[in-house]
Design a protein around this ligand. Structure first.
Ligand SMILES: Nc1nc2c(ncn2[C@@H]2O[C@H](COP(=O)(O)OP(=O)(O)O)[C@@H](O)[C@H]2O)c(=O)[nH]1
Ligand SMILES: C=C(OP(=O)(O)O)C(=O)O
Ligand SMILES: [Mn+2]
Length: 608
């Protein structure tokens, strides 16, 4: 057994790693140092094994293409568990199992699971290595694909081990595809064990064990598992922190004034696009700090500051085009990994929406030859096909991503979902607590990012339904505690948006770069611009006049539809929210029920 454990000086880490080696019996152990040579060799190895295909270096230098097992393409929420000692602490929205029982079950699967494979030990930092808000994890995995992706998505290597020292804290994160190889057995490009997929968080001991799946959302454990599920628990305990499913963007006005905004939308509902959009409004510029996760903390000055704990984008490919998101396209021109998109005959990639027409010939994400005019375009790429790209390659990366390890001050927080009806384009909450009600009642039509029925409307509080590591109602309480921890006037203003109103199957709002008009209105509100809104029962809405619509061709009737509160529809929405909240029983904070009652009273009054 080759083994360079000498790199690991941390006592707890060494003991944990040795334990996993004894349990999983890998052929080799490789501790990642994060060097360029190391990742080059790993990519080559993955090419040799058939997991990666090197894309045409003239078109996409240092880029790789991979296809998952067709059954392993998205997060599996049914197999995602929060294993706290008490079920009550996981709450009614999480799958739960007793931690001891779960470990027994997992250990049975883990026994000998890395036979014939290399165990990669990946020391990683979420947030700038050594940063005050940053945290360290160590992922163990038998998937080279995961190791290569982690190298893009997080800060990996010896620097992290240095910061960890001999006694530092880390989150142990175990991953295996559970596909041991017998001597002489040939490996396959995408090993996984579909019947034994478990993505498990142990909030009390801050551990992660994920087995069976290789898909990024299930296997890149720094992301949803650590930076959200475990970090929500750490943030609650710390008291003045939040770990959120939010993008972080900077927006600069033509006069050069800059604001930072975070936004929480469920998976595949527009975070990556908003985070790096090209503003259609002349002179406005958006820069990206992060596109998926924000760690926020109250600073000594009383304001909330945000960092992006990641160092890459794991973005949804379909819909990404020169029109919709040129900056994402620039970001994945080199050093990127593409999963489950179509392969073109000249060794490049294609996905739905990249160009109006698919190429004449291609190979589908399932590896089948495809001809335009003969085969079904739906076969080309998976709706949850993804690119993994380095944030440093993004042309609009915000300087603060590199220079502000303690974060950027947040002026506004936006919630949103995919709602074809009822919910207006944008509105502002009355205050923080009303904003928490908005967060707690986010609902969205299901997307391909998780296995399940697409299009179905479900509640997804704070866009955190699959990502909250403890009782969701206790998480509401944590949010409600912030005005008592600082001067409430210093907290960000809270907004709700909906880019997805539809009529006759067509979007009423053009979205993408045009969303800059909504951001401009939000800034007007932050700055207290006069006559910028009307008060309605659900909060402050823009008037048609207060939205900058210069140069936008949109029918006035359509605008009216997306800027009007349908009181009856909202009254029935209130009933649904009440029913949804009722599952939390005595955990539901009374402040939140009071906010909902007040909303209902305002709606009823508007009706009379
Ligand atoms: N209609 C419409 N679609 C959008 C908008 N923003 C993003 N999308 C689409 O929604 C899907 C997911 O977007 P993405 O930004 O990757 O979502 P994320 O998973 O939340 O980061 C993609 O297919 C996008 O093209 C928008 O403003 N309007
Ligand atoms: C990585 C994911 O997130 P998102 O769609 O929010 O980018 C995912 O849901 O698997
Ligand atoms: Mn995204």
């Amino acid at each position: 057994m080759v083994n360079d454990l000498s790199l690991i000086k941390n006592k707890k880490a060494l003991a944990w790693i040795k334990e996993q080696i004894a349990l999983c019996t890998p052929d080799k152990v490789h501790v990642m140092d994060g060097s360029i040579e190391e990742i080059r060799e790993l990519n080559e190895l993955l090419v040799k094994k058939g997991t990666f295909l090197r894309l045409n270096p003239e078109k996409r230098p240092n880029c790789f293409y991979t296809r998952t097992n067709p059954g392993d393409t998205a997060r599996v929420e049914a197999a995602t568990f929060i294993c706290s000692k008490k079920q009550e602490d996981a709450g009614p929205t999480n799958n739960w199992m007793d931690p001891t029982q779960m470990k027994k079950k997992l250990h049975a699967l883990m026994k000998g699971c890395m036979k014939g494979r290399t165990m990669y030990v990946i020391p990683f930092s979420m947030g700038p290595t050594g940063g005050k808000i940053s945290r360290i994890g160590i992922e163990i995995t038998d998937s080279g694909f995961v190791a290569a992706n982690m190298r893009i998505m997080t800060r990996v290597g010896t620097e992290v081990l240095k910061v960890l020292g001999t006694d530092g804290e880390f989150v142990p994160a175990f991953h295996s595809v559970i596909s041991p190889l017998e001597p002489g057995q040939k490996d396959i490009p995408w090993p996984c064990d579909l019947k034994n997929r478990y993505i498990v968080q142990f909030p009390e001991t801050r551990e992660i064990i994920s087995v069976g799946s290789g898909y990024g959302g299930n296997s890149l454990l720094g992301k949803k598992c650590f930076a959200l599920r475990i970090a929500t628990v750490l943030s609650r305990d710390e008291g003045r922190s939040l770990a959120e499913h939010m993008l972080v963007l900077g927006i600069t006005s033509p006069e050069g004034k800059k604001h930072y905004i975070t936004a929480a939308f469920p998976s595949a509902c527009g975070k990556t696009n908003l985070a790096m959009m090209n503003c259609s409004l002349p002179g406005w510029k958006v820069t990206v700090v992060g596109d998926d996760i924000a760690w926020m903390k109250l600073n000594k000055d009383g304001r909330l500051y945000a960092i992006n704990p990641e160092s890459g984008f794991f973005g949804v490919a379909p819909g990404t085009s020169e029109e919709s998101n040129p900056n994402a396209l620039r970001t994945c021109e080199k050093d990127a990994i593409f999963t489950n998109v179509a392969l073109t005959t000249d060794g490049d990639v294609w996905w739905k929406g990249l160009t109006d027409q698919p190429p004449a010939n291609a190979i589908t994400w399932k590896g089948k030859k495809w001809t335009r005019g003969v085969d079904d375009p739906k076969e080309l790429c998976h709706p949850n096909s993804r690119f993994t790209a380095d944030i440093s390659n993004c042309p609009v990366v915000d300087p603060a991503y590199h220079n502000a390890p303690d974060g950027v001050p947040v002026d506004a927080i936006i919630f949103g979902g995919r709602r074809e009806s009822v919910v207006p384009l944008v509105f502002q909450s009355r205050d923080w607590n009303h904003g928490v009600l908005l967060g707690s009642s986010v609902a969205s039509e299901r997307t391909a990012a998780a296995e399940g029925k697409m299009g179905e409307l479900r509640f997804d509080p704070f866009a955190m339904l699959p990502f909250c590591g403890y009782n969701m109602a206790d998480y509401f309480s944590h949010w409600l505690s912030f005005p008592s921890k600082t001067d409430p006037a210093k907290l960000p203003k809270i907004f709700h948006v909906n880019w997805f109103r539809k009529e006759n199957g067509k979007f009423l709002w053009p979205g993408y770069g045009e969303n800059s008009r909504v951001l401009k209105w939000i800034i007007d509100r932050i700055e207290g611009k006069e006559n910028s809104a009307v008060e309605t029962p659900i909060g402050y809405l823009p008037t048609i006049e207060s939205l900058d619509l210069s140069g936008l061709d949109i029918p006035k009737e359509d605008l009216k539809k997306i800027l009007t509160v349908d009181v009856d529809a909202y009254l029935s929405e209130v009933q649904k929210i009440r029913e949804y909240h009722s599952q939390f029983g005595s955990h539901l904070p009374s402040k939140l029920s009071a906010e909902l009652d007040a909303l209902e009273a305002r709606l009823k009054q508007a009706k009379n």
